[in-house]
Write a new protein. Structure first.
Length: 271
DNA sequence: AAACACCCCTGCGGGC
DNA sequence: TGCCCGCAGGGGTGTT
């Protein structure tokens, strides 16, 4: 479900309900997520939430004692803010209950998501310690793509989906950004010129920022925390449009598999 | 080292 | 209506 824009939309939706609130209870109904949910997570009870931040596709619930609850939505994870008394439904695995009477409820049918616990004073979990720059900051610039890609045989699409290169670019937005930049997704990363990486960098920033503005992309089941869908699907140029005419030149969009993932591109516009 | 394939898991849509 | 198959937004792990 979620790429960076959907995670950011979720963050914006939940933050007002969590910030400044005390956690009164943690309910874990199923610990079998991407990694087993640690018992120590309940150490967060009694703590005040000072902020909800994001790193890559991880949401960080920052606690006053410097502890953190770290959530990842995986492929099918969803967050809702509800009255704590609302009965849980299937796949509602975790409730973070707040003094306000609300709770943050994590639902994840496929259980590819995660809930990690970083105790006060502990290092950030290893999953977050080797991540590349955030795409929407100035830390992510074209020269980085050019420098890291020299000599690389990997397809440029896989290259920009590598979290060590830049975080938060998943399958939808990798396809969209490559279309916007006019680059064939199969092209070897090392064979893309510095000039074209300039265009790709702009495209990545642009597509992610616009998707956040429009509330993310709803494909099957993504909803904003208010239950409304995201509207960016209407702006997709290539993703999921195999056989349909290119928005620019009307050539049928092609699909193929790159790195075990479905890839869409315009054979005319992307070289 | 780099480039892949594979796996975790459930639900859903399409074809028959 | 029902069954079976393929596929899905992520990403860590293990093999060449």
């Amino acid at each position: 479900m979620p790429e960076l824009p959907e995670v950011e939309v979720s963050r914006l939706g939940i933050a007002p309900y969590l910030q400044g609130e005390h956690i009164t209870q943690l309910i874990v109904r199923d610990r079998r997520l991407r990694w087993p949910v640690e018992e120590a997570l309940s150490d967060a009870v009694g703590q005040k939430v000072v902020a909800v931040t994001r790193r890559a596709k991880y949401l960080l619930i920052e606690l006053q004692n410097t502890g953190r609850i770290i959530l990842h939505l995986g492929m099918s994870g969803k967050l809702r803010v509800l009255d704590a008394a609302v009965p849980p439904v299937k796949h509602d695995h975790i409730d973070i209950v707040l003094a306000s009477g609300k709770c943050l409820r994590f639902n994840d049918p496929r259980r590819f998501g995660a809930c990690l616990w970083q105790a006060p004073g502990q290092d950030i979990p290893a999953q977050l310690s080797h991540l590349g720059p955030e795409p929407l900051t100035t830390d992510f610039a074209a020269d980085r793509l050019t420098r890291l890609s020299r000599g690389k045989q990997v397809a440029v699409k896989n290259f920009i989906m590598d979290n060590a290169v830049v975080v938060g670019v998943g399958n939808i937005y990798a396809n969209e950004a490559l279309f916007m930049a006019g680059i064939d997704p199969r092209r070897k990363a090392g064979n893309v010129s510095a000039k074209r990486y300039e265009r790709l960098t702009v495209a990545i920033k642009d597509v992610l920022a616009k998707a956040i503005q429009q509330g993310g992309t709803t494909l099957k089941d993504f909803t904003q925390t208010d239950g409304n869908p995201g509207y960016f699907k209407q702006s997709l140029n290539v993703y999921g449009r195999a056989g349909k005419p290119c928005m620019v030149c009307e050539t049928p969009i092609k699909s193929l598999t790159i790195g075990q993932r479905n890839t869409f591109y315009c054979p005319q516009c992307q070289r």
